[in-house]
Design a binder for this molecule. Structure first.
Ligand code: URA
Ligand code: CA
Length: 434
Protein backbone atom coordinates (compact mmCIF):
# COMPACT_ATOMS: atom_id res chain seq x y z
CA UNK A 1 0.00 0.00 0.00
CA UNK A 2 1.23 3.52 -0.71
CA UNK A 3 0.21 6.59 1.27
CA UNK A 4 0.15 8.53 -2.02
CA UNK A 5 -2.72 6.33 -3.27
CA UNK A 6 -4.69 6.69 -0.03
CA UNK A 7 -4.46 10.49 -0.29
CA UNK A 8 -5.43 10.42 -3.99
CA UNK A 9 -8.43 8.22 -3.25
CA UNK A 10 -9.84 10.59 -0.63
CA UNK A 11 -9.03 13.55 -2.86
CA UNK A 12 -11.34 11.94 -5.46
CA UNK A 13 -14.04 11.59 -2.79
CA UNK A 14 -13.88 7.82 -2.61
CA UNK A 15 -14.49 5.70 0.47
CA UNK A 16 -11.35 4.46 2.25
CA UNK A 17 -11.25 0.78 3.18
CA UNK A 18 -10.64 -0.48 6.73
CA UNK A 19 -7.14 -1.60 5.62
CA UNK A 20 -6.32 1.83 4.22
CA UNK A 21 -7.43 3.55 7.44
CA UNK A 22 -5.44 1.12 9.62
CA UNK A 23 -2.45 1.59 7.33
CA UNK A 24 -2.24 5.38 7.68
CA UNK A 25 -3.04 5.44 11.42
CA UNK A 26 -0.47 2.77 12.27
CA UNK A 27 2.14 4.11 9.88
CA UNK A 28 1.82 7.62 11.25
CA UNK A 29 1.88 6.46 14.91
CA UNK A 30 5.10 4.52 14.26
CA UNK A 31 6.68 7.46 12.46
CA UNK A 32 6.78 5.64 9.12
CA UNK A 33 4.46 8.04 7.33
CA UNK A 34 5.56 11.69 7.38
CA UNK A 35 3.52 14.63 8.69
CA UNK A 36 3.13 16.19 5.24
CA UNK A 37 1.36 13.16 3.80
CA UNK A 38 -1.00 12.82 6.78
CA UNK A 39 -1.64 16.59 6.60
CA UNK A 40 -2.67 16.22 2.95
CA UNK A 41 -4.97 13.31 3.81
CA UNK A 42 -6.56 15.25 6.70
CA UNK A 43 -7.32 18.14 4.34
CA UNK A 44 -8.87 15.73 1.84
CA UNK A 45 -10.97 14.25 4.67
CA UNK A 46 -11.91 17.76 5.73
CA UNK A 47 -13.32 18.58 2.28
CA UNK A 48 -14.72 15.20 1.23
CA UNK A 49 -15.70 13.89 4.68
CA UNK A 50 -15.91 10.34 5.98
CA UNK A 51 -18.99 8.17 6.15
CA UNK A 52 -20.14 6.35 9.28
CA UNK A 53 -18.18 3.18 8.51
CA UNK A 54 -14.95 5.08 7.87
CA UNK A 55 -15.46 7.09 11.07
CA UNK A 56 -15.89 3.93 13.17
CA UNK A 57 -12.79 2.41 11.54
CA UNK A 58 -10.77 5.54 12.25
CA UNK A 59 -11.91 5.46 15.89
CA UNK A 60 -10.94 1.82 16.35
CA UNK A 61 -7.60 2.27 14.59
CA UNK A 62 -6.81 5.04 17.11
CA UNK A 63 -8.06 2.91 20.06
CA UNK A 64 -5.80 0.06 18.91
CA UNK A 65 -2.77 2.32 18.45
CA UNK A 66 -1.82 2.08 22.15
CA UNK A 67 -2.72 0.75 25.58
CA UNK A 68 -6.26 0.00 26.64
CA UNK A 69 -7.17 0.38 30.27
CA UNK A 70 -8.43 -2.90 31.68
CA UNK A 71 -11.22 -2.16 34.15
CA UNK A 72 -12.47 -5.75 34.26
CA UNK A 73 -11.39 -6.07 37.91
CA UNK A 74 -13.90 -3.38 38.85
CA UNK A 75 -17.31 -4.78 39.72
CA UNK A 76 -20.35 -3.33 38.01
CA UNK A 77 -21.05 -1.42 34.85
CA UNK A 78 -18.54 1.39 34.37
CA UNK A 79 -20.21 4.46 32.91
CA UNK A 80 -17.93 7.29 31.89
CA UNK A 81 -18.89 10.88 31.21
CA UNK A 82 -17.20 13.26 28.83
CA UNK A 83 -17.83 16.98 28.47
CA UNK A 84 -16.94 18.67 25.22
CA UNK A 85 -15.40 21.74 26.78
CA UNK A 86 -17.23 24.77 28.01
CA UNK A 87 -16.65 27.63 30.41
CA UNK A 88 -16.78 27.21 34.18
CA UNK A 89 -17.81 23.59 33.82
CA UNK A 90 -17.84 21.95 37.21
CA UNK A 91 -20.00 18.92 36.35
CA UNK A 92 -17.39 16.18 36.96
CA UNK A 93 -16.80 17.29 40.55
CA UNK A 94 -20.52 17.18 41.32
CA UNK A 95 -21.57 14.18 39.24
CA UNK A 96 -18.76 11.83 40.29
CA UNK A 97 -19.69 11.81 44.01
CA UNK A 98 -23.46 11.80 43.29
CA UNK A 99 -23.26 8.77 41.04
CA UNK A 100 -20.72 6.94 43.24
CA UNK A 101 -22.98 7.52 46.26
CA UNK A 102 -25.52 5.25 44.51
CA UNK A 103 -22.98 2.43 44.35
CA UNK A 104 -22.10 2.96 40.69
CA UNK A 105 -18.36 2.68 39.95
CA UNK A 106 -16.80 5.95 38.80
CA UNK A 107 -13.34 5.23 37.38
CA UNK A 108 -12.33 8.44 35.75
CA UNK A 109 -9.25 9.45 33.85
CA UNK A 110 -8.78 13.17 33.54
CA UNK A 111 -6.35 15.51 31.95
CA UNK A 112 -4.91 18.87 32.79
CA UNK A 113 -6.77 21.60 31.03
CA UNK A 114 -5.56 23.75 28.22
CA UNK A 115 -8.12 26.51 28.16
CA UNK A 116 -10.12 28.96 30.23
CA UNK A 117 -9.62 27.12 33.51
CA UNK A 118 -7.71 24.03 34.49
CA UNK A 119 -8.89 20.48 34.07
CA UNK A 120 -10.29 18.35 36.87
CA UNK A 121 -6.76 17.50 38.07
CA UNK A 122 -5.80 21.15 38.41
CA UNK A 123 -9.01 21.96 40.23
CA UNK A 124 -8.65 19.17 42.77
CA UNK A 125 -5.10 20.22 43.52
CA UNK A 126 -6.77 23.07 45.44
CA UNK A 127 -7.07 20.49 48.23
CA UNK A 128 -3.84 20.36 50.20
CA UNK A 129 -2.18 16.99 49.60
CA UNK A 130 -4.54 15.65 46.93
CA UNK A 131 -2.85 13.63 44.19
CA UNK A 132 -4.13 12.10 40.99
CA UNK A 133 -0.86 10.32 40.33
CA UNK A 134 -2.08 7.03 41.71
CA UNK A 135 -0.94 3.58 40.54
CA UNK A 136 -3.36 1.57 38.42
CA UNK A 137 -3.66 -0.98 41.26
CA UNK A 138 -4.72 1.65 43.79
CA UNK A 139 -7.04 3.21 41.24
CA UNK A 140 -8.88 -0.09 40.85
CA UNK A 141 -8.81 -0.85 44.59
CA UNK A 142 -10.28 2.57 45.43
CA UNK A 143 -13.11 2.18 42.92
CA UNK A 144 -13.98 -1.23 44.35
CA UNK A 145 -13.86 0.03 47.93
CA UNK A 146 -15.34 3.52 47.78
CA UNK A 147 -16.76 3.47 44.22
CA UNK A 148 -14.76 6.44 42.99
CA UNK A 149 -11.24 7.30 41.88
CA UNK A 150 -9.86 10.01 39.64
CA UNK A 151 -6.51 9.52 38.00
CA UNK A 152 -4.26 11.52 35.75
CA UNK A 153 -4.11 9.87 32.35
CA UNK A 154 -1.66 6.99 32.66
CA UNK A 155 -0.12 4.76 30.04
CA UNK A 156 -0.29 5.44 26.40
CA UNK A 157 -4.00 5.73 25.58
CA UNK A 158 -4.82 6.42 21.92
CA UNK A 159 -1.38 7.79 20.98
CA UNK A 160 -2.50 8.06 17.35
CA UNK A 161 -5.13 10.59 18.40
CA UNK A 162 -2.52 12.65 20.20
CA UNK A 163 -0.35 12.83 17.08
CA UNK A 164 -3.20 13.41 14.65
CA UNK A 165 -4.79 16.06 16.88
CA UNK A 166 -1.51 17.96 17.07
CA UNK A 167 -1.32 17.93 13.28
CA UNK A 168 -4.98 18.99 12.88
CA UNK A 169 -4.30 21.87 15.22
CA UNK A 170 -1.70 23.39 12.90
CA UNK A 171 -3.30 22.48 9.55
CA UNK A 172 -6.77 24.01 10.13
CA UNK A 173 -8.44 20.58 10.09
CA UNK A 174 -9.81 20.41 13.65
CA UNK A 175 -13.43 21.24 12.86
CA UNK A 176 -14.46 18.15 10.92
CA UNK A 177 -17.27 16.06 12.36
CA UNK A 178 -15.67 12.63 11.82
CA UNK A 179 -12.30 13.80 13.09
CA UNK A 180 -13.76 15.30 16.29
CA UNK A 181 -16.11 12.38 16.97
CA UNK A 182 -13.42 9.73 16.45
CA UNK A 183 -10.91 11.71 18.53
CA UNK A 184 -13.21 11.99 21.55
CA UNK A 185 -14.61 8.46 21.32
CA UNK A 186 -11.21 6.79 20.85
CA UNK A 187 -10.05 8.15 24.20
CA UNK A 188 -13.22 7.09 26.02
CA UNK A 189 -13.13 3.61 24.54
CA UNK A 190 -9.41 3.16 25.31
CA UNK A 191 -10.03 4.17 28.93
CA UNK A 192 -12.30 1.18 29.41
CA UNK A 193 -15.84 2.52 29.78
CA UNK A 194 -18.70 0.03 29.31
CA UNK A 195 -21.11 2.87 28.59
CA UNK A 196 -20.63 6.55 27.86
CA UNK A 197 -22.67 9.68 28.59
CA UNK A 198 -21.58 12.68 26.54
CA UNK A 199 -22.15 16.21 27.76
CA UNK A 200 -22.18 18.11 24.49
CA UNK A 201 -22.25 21.89 24.67
CA UNK A 202 -23.65 24.31 22.15
CA UNK A 203 -23.23 28.06 21.98
CA UNK A 204 -20.68 30.84 22.22
CA UNK A 205 -18.52 29.11 24.81
CA UNK A 206 -18.55 25.75 23.03
CA UNK A 207 -16.70 24.00 20.27
CA UNK A 208 -19.76 23.86 18.04
CA UNK A 209 -21.73 27.07 17.79
CA UNK A 210 -25.05 26.01 16.26
CA UNK A 211 -27.61 23.41 17.43
CA UNK A 212 -27.56 21.73 13.97
CA UNK A 213 -23.78 21.20 13.98
CA UNK A 214 -23.82 19.95 17.52
CA UNK A 215 -26.63 17.51 16.84
CA UNK A 216 -24.68 16.03 13.96
CA UNK A 217 -21.62 15.68 16.21
CA UNK A 218 -23.67 14.06 18.99
CA UNK A 219 -25.26 11.64 16.52
CA UNK A 220 -21.85 10.72 15.11
CA UNK A 221 -20.46 9.94 18.57
CA UNK A 222 -23.52 7.98 19.67
CA UNK A 223 -23.42 5.88 16.51
CA UNK A 224 -19.71 5.10 17.01
CA UNK A 225 -20.46 3.92 20.55
CA UNK A 226 -23.39 1.80 19.45
CA UNK A 227 -21.62 0.19 16.54
CA UNK A 228 -18.93 -1.20 18.86
CA UNK A 229 -21.31 -2.26 21.61
CA UNK A 230 -20.79 0.55 24.12
CA UNK A 231 -24.11 2.13 24.85
CA UNK A 232 -23.74 5.88 24.41
CA UNK A 233 -26.03 8.85 25.00
CA UNK A 234 -25.47 12.53 24.41
CA UNK A 235 -27.11 15.33 26.38
CA UNK A 236 -26.95 18.58 24.40
CA UNK A 237 -26.92 21.66 26.61
CA UNK A 238 -26.55 25.40 26.40
CA UNK A 239 -23.11 26.98 26.70
CA UNK A 240 -24.13 30.40 25.51
CA UNK A 241 -23.49 31.63 29.03
CA UNK A 242 -21.10 30.06 31.55
CA UNK A 243 -22.48 27.14 33.57
CA UNK A 244 -22.98 27.98 37.23
CA UNK A 245 -21.45 31.13 38.67
CA UNK A 246 -17.79 30.31 39.30
CA UNK A 247 -15.03 30.31 36.68
CA UNK A 248 -11.65 29.46 38.16
CA UNK A 249 -10.16 26.44 39.85
CA UNK A 250 -10.66 26.74 43.65
CA UNK A 251 -13.73 28.86 42.98
CA UNK A 252 -15.27 25.99 41.01
CA UNK A 253 -14.33 23.46 43.68
CA UNK A 254 -16.16 25.57 46.26
CA UNK A 255 -19.12 25.80 43.87
CA UNK A 256 -19.13 22.01 43.52
CA UNK A 257 -19.08 21.60 47.31
CA UNK A 258 -22.00 24.03 47.68
CA UNK A 259 -23.89 22.11 45.00
CA UNK A 260 -23.27 18.81 46.81
CA UNK A 261 -24.62 20.53 49.95
CA UNK A 262 -27.79 21.36 48.01
CA UNK A 263 -27.01 25.09 47.66
CA UNK A 264 -25.61 25.16 44.14
CA UNK A 265 -26.61 27.26 41.12
CA UNK A 266 -29.79 25.98 39.50
CA UNK A 267 -28.35 25.38 36.03
CA UNK A 268 -25.35 23.41 37.31
CA UNK A 269 -27.60 21.23 39.49
CA UNK A 270 -30.05 20.70 36.64
CA UNK A 271 -27.38 19.64 34.14
CA UNK A 272 -25.83 17.28 36.70
CA UNK A 273 -29.24 15.67 37.27
CA UNK A 274 -29.81 15.30 33.53
CA UNK A 275 -26.38 13.75 32.89
CA UNK A 276 -26.44 11.74 36.10
CA UNK A 277 -29.85 10.19 35.48
CA UNK A 278 -28.67 8.94 32.09
CA UNK A 279 -25.55 7.49 33.75
CA UNK A 280 -27.65 5.73 36.42
CA UNK A 281 -29.90 4.32 33.70
CA UNK A 282 -26.99 3.01 31.61
CA UNK A 283 -25.51 1.48 34.79
CA UNK A 284 -28.83 -0.34 35.16
CA UNK A 285 -29.41 0.94 38.69
CA UNK A 286 -32.80 2.43 37.84
CA UNK A 287 -35.55 1.48 35.43
CA UNK A 288 -36.53 4.99 34.37
CA UNK A 289 -34.99 8.44 34.13
CA UNK A 290 -37.49 9.70 36.70
CA UNK A 291 -36.46 7.04 39.21
CA UNK A 292 -32.77 7.77 38.54
CA UNK A 293 -33.37 11.47 39.13
CA UNK A 294 -35.10 10.81 42.48
CA UNK A 295 -32.18 8.64 43.59
CA UNK A 296 -29.69 11.37 42.67
CA UNK A 297 -31.67 14.05 44.48
CA UNK A 298 -31.78 11.81 47.54
CA UNK A 299 -27.98 11.49 47.42
CA UNK A 300 -27.86 15.26 47.93
CA UNK A 301 -30.57 15.66 50.60
CA UNK A 302 -29.23 12.71 52.63
CA UNK A 303 -25.69 14.14 52.54
CA UNK A 304 -24.37 10.90 50.99
CA UNK A 305 -22.94 12.58 47.89
CA UNK A 306 -21.06 15.10 50.04
CA UNK A 307 -19.68 12.24 52.20
CA UNK A 308 -18.59 10.48 49.01
CA UNK A 309 -16.66 13.57 47.92
CA UNK A 310 -14.87 13.53 51.30
CA UNK A 311 -14.07 9.82 50.83
CA UNK A 312 -12.54 10.59 47.43
CA UNK A 313 -10.41 13.48 48.68
CA UNK A 314 -9.14 11.51 51.72
CA UNK A 315 -8.44 8.35 49.72
CA UNK A 316 -6.13 10.30 47.41
CA UNK A 317 -4.21 12.09 50.15
CA UNK A 318 -6.18 15.33 50.31
CA UNK A 319 -7.34 17.26 53.35
CA UNK A 320 -11.12 16.66 53.38
CA UNK A 321 -11.69 19.15 56.20
CA UNK A 322 -11.70 21.81 53.44
CA UNK A 323 -15.14 20.50 52.49
CA UNK A 324 -16.67 21.38 55.87
CA UNK A 325 -14.75 24.64 56.03
CA UNK A 326 -14.32 26.09 52.54
CA UNK A 327 -12.58 29.18 53.98
CA UNK A 328 -9.47 26.94 54.06
CA UNK A 329 -9.05 27.20 50.27
CA UNK A 330 -6.47 29.74 49.23
CA UNK A 331 -8.04 33.06 48.31
CA UNK A 332 -7.05 35.75 45.85
CA UNK A 333 -5.57 38.96 47.27
CA UNK A 334 -8.10 41.20 45.54
CA UNK A 335 -11.84 40.52 45.27
CA UNK A 336 -13.53 43.40 43.48
CA UNK A 337 -17.04 43.91 42.11
CA UNK A 338 -17.67 44.69 38.45
CA UNK A 339 -20.32 47.38 38.73
CA UNK A 340 -22.90 47.93 36.03
CA UNK A 341 -23.37 51.51 34.87
CA UNK A 342 -26.72 50.69 33.26
CA UNK A 343 -29.94 49.02 34.37
CA UNK A 344 -31.65 46.24 32.44
CA UNK A 345 -32.15 42.53 31.98
CA UNK A 346 -29.19 40.35 31.13
CA UNK A 347 -29.85 39.08 27.63
CA UNK A 348 -26.52 37.42 26.95
CA UNK A 349 -23.19 36.73 28.62
CA UNK A 350 -20.54 35.80 26.09
CA UNK A 351 -19.19 32.64 27.70
CA UNK A 352 -16.16 32.34 25.46
CA UNK A 353 -14.94 35.87 26.14
CA UNK A 354 -15.65 35.63 29.89
CA UNK A 355 -13.57 32.44 29.85
CA UNK A 356 -10.72 34.31 28.21
CA UNK A 357 -10.88 37.00 30.91
CA UNK A 358 -10.58 34.26 33.57
CA UNK A 359 -7.60 32.81 31.73
CA UNK A 360 -5.92 36.22 31.57
CA UNK A 361 -6.37 36.55 35.33
CA UNK A 362 -4.34 33.32 35.59
CA UNK A 363 -7.09 30.69 35.97
CA UNK A 364 -6.22 28.88 32.73
CA UNK A 365 -3.31 27.98 30.53
CA UNK A 366 -2.56 30.10 27.50
CA UNK A 367 0.15 27.60 26.54
CA UNK A 368 1.07 24.13 27.81
CA UNK A 369 3.86 25.67 29.88
CA UNK A 370 1.68 28.24 31.69
CA UNK A 371 1.38 27.89 35.46
CA UNK A 372 -2.16 28.11 36.80
CA UNK A 373 -3.09 30.31 39.76
CA UNK A 374 -5.70 28.17 41.53
CA UNK A 375 -7.20 31.01 43.57
CA UNK A 376 -8.12 33.46 40.80
CA UNK A 377 -11.09 33.77 38.47
CA UNK A 378 -14.55 35.27 38.18
CA UNK A 379 -17.75 34.73 40.13
CA UNK A 380 -20.83 35.87 38.26
CA UNK A 381 -23.47 37.72 40.25
CA UNK A 382 -26.00 38.06 37.43
CA UNK A 383 -27.02 35.54 34.81
CA UNK A 384 -29.30 35.52 31.77
CA UNK A 385 -32.76 36.80 32.63
CA UNK A 386 -31.66 38.56 35.86
CA UNK A 387 -32.49 42.23 36.36
CA UNK A 388 -29.53 44.52 37.12
CA UNK A 389 -29.86 47.99 38.70
CA UNK A 390 -27.22 50.55 37.77
CA UNK A 391 -24.63 50.37 40.54
CA UNK A 392 -25.16 46.65 41.18
CA UNK A 393 -22.43 44.07 40.68
CA UNK A 394 -22.53 41.97 37.51
CA UNK A 395 -19.69 39.80 38.75
CA UNK A 396 -16.71 39.67 41.11
CA UNK A 397 -13.11 39.50 39.98
CA UNK A 398 -10.70 37.40 42.07
CA UNK A 399 -7.16 38.46 41.21
CA UNK A 400 -3.70 38.27 42.69
CA UNK A 401 -2.47 41.10 40.45
CA UNK A 402 -3.85 44.59 41.01
CA UNK A 403 -2.76 45.73 37.54
CA UNK A 404 -4.95 43.10 35.82
CA UNK A 405 -8.20 44.25 37.42
CA UNK A 406 -9.10 47.30 35.31
CA UNK A 407 -8.87 45.47 31.97
CA UNK A 408 -10.79 42.49 33.36
CA UNK A 409 -13.56 44.84 34.57
CA UNK A 410 -13.91 46.49 31.18
CA UNK A 411 -13.87 43.15 29.37
CA UNK A 412 -16.56 41.68 31.61
CA UNK A 413 -18.84 44.71 31.17
CA UNK A 414 -18.38 44.52 27.38
CA UNK A 415 -19.50 40.90 27.38
CA UNK A 416 -22.74 41.43 29.31
CA UNK A 417 -25.56 42.43 26.99
CA UNK A 418 -28.35 44.30 28.85
CA UNK A 419 -31.81 44.99 27.39
CA UNK A 420 -34.91 46.75 28.72
CA UNK A 421 -37.25 43.80 28.18
CA UNK A 422 -36.42 40.12 28.19
CA UNK A 423 -38.23 36.82 28.02
CA UNK A 424 -36.11 33.76 28.75
CA UNK A 425 -36.66 31.24 25.98
CA UNK A 426 -33.33 29.42 25.72
CA UNK A 427 -33.59 25.99 27.35
CA UNK A 428 -30.67 24.53 29.33
CA UNK A 429 -31.10 21.10 27.74
CA UNK A 430 -31.76 21.12 24.00
CA UNK A 431 -31.94 17.42 23.29
CA UNK A 432 -30.86 13.94 24.34
CA UNK A 433 -29.51 11.72 21.55
CA UNK A 434 -29.59 7.98 22.12
N1 URA B 1 -11.61 17.34 21.75
C1 URA B 1 -10.93 16.24 21.36
O1 URA B 1 -10.50 15.46 22.20
N2 URA B 1 -10.73 16.04 20.06
C2 URA B 1 -11.19 16.86 19.11
O2 URA B 1 -10.98 16.61 17.95
C3 URA B 1 -11.91 18.01 19.52
C4 URA B 1 -12.10 18.21 20.84
CA1 CA C 1 -19.08 26.98 37.18
Amino acid sequence: MRMYDVIAKKKHNEELSTEEINYFVNGFTKGEIPDYQVSALLMAIYFNKMNERETVDLTMAMVNSGDKLDLSKIEGIKVDKHSTGGVGDTTTLVLGPMVAALGIPVAKMSGRGLGHTGGTIDKLESFKGFSMDIAEEDFIKNVNEIKIALAAQTGDLAPADKKIYALRDVTATVDNLSLIASSIMSKKIASGADAIVLDVKVGKGAFMKTPEDVKDLANAMVSIGKSIGRETRAVISDMDQPLGLAIGNSLEVVEAIETLKGNGPKDLMELCLALGSNMVLLAKKASSLEEAREMLMESITSGKALEKFKDLISAQGGDASYIDDTSKFEKAKYIVPVVSEKSGYVKRINAENIGIVAMELGAGRATKESVIDLAVGIVLNKKRGDYVEAGEALAYIHSNHEEKIEKAKNDIIKNYELVSEYKDDIPLIFDVIK
